[in-house]
Design a protein around this ligand. Structure first.
Ligand SMILES: C[S@@+](CC[C@H](N)C(=O)[O-])C[C@H]1O[C@@H](n2cnc3c(N)ncnc32)[C@H](O)[C@@H]1O
Length: 167
């Protein structure tokens, strides 16, 4: 598919979280373990939540709607060395798509309550998928590149202004 081809996505709901500002919020679900998020799905999609309660965790896939532009090299929150964008989870991406594995707490109609929501309040939701170790956990050894040995601080690290604004 040529890269000029556009793809139409539509939000299927909105994610409500305690985080109203881009600065000072968690950088990953590991920093939002005590925070409940409320995923408000479009009501006509409520039947699609059937059987989700059998899974302890789901992927939330969403749009970094307050991010503008992108960079090919960024300095991630957990490092002080510039890294290739695709070796990071930075929000300034050509397609501003975010991904978070969150814990399923409750389902009530079209509302999914989750623990570990690390996105801005009002974030548009694109998709929900079950987290399935049988599908997702690699069979062999896993390497973590520049993140090796740096992940322990993810719970305490908060965002700053480095990805805020057009540049
Ligand atoms: C480093 S990203 C990681 C998010 C996700 N867990 C991922 O891996 O794709 C998290 C940061 O993105 C920013 N962010 C969160 N929600 C956003 C939104 N809706 N629009 C723009 N930036 C957002 C916040 O600064 C937050 O700390």
């Amino acid at each position: 598919m040529p890269s000029e081809t556009s793809i139409a996505l539509r939000p299927i709901g909105v994610i409500r979280t305690p985080y109203a500002a881009l600065e000072g919020m968690p950088i990953q679900p590991g920093g939002a373990r005590d925070s409940l998020g409320r995923v408000e799905l479009d009501p006509e999609l409520a039947p699609a939540l059937a059987d989700v309660d059998g899974f302890s965790h789901v992927y939330l896939i969403y749009c970094f709607h307050e991010s503008s532009g992108y960079k090919t090299t960024v300095t991630p929150y957990l490092d002080d060395t510039p890294r290739g964008l695709f070796a990071t989870r930075a929000p300034k991406r050509p397609n501003p798509i975010g991904l978070s594995v969150v814990e399923v707490v409750a389902i009530d109609g079209n509302v999914l309550t989750v623990r570990g929501a690390d996105m801005l309040d009002g974030t548009p939701l694109l998709d929900i998928k079950p987290y399935a170790p049988a599908f997702d956990a690699p069979a062999g050894p896993v390497r973590s590149g520049w993140l090796e040995g740096r992940g322990q601080t993810v719970g305490q690290t908060r965002s700053d202004d480095r990805f805020v604004g057009p540049n």
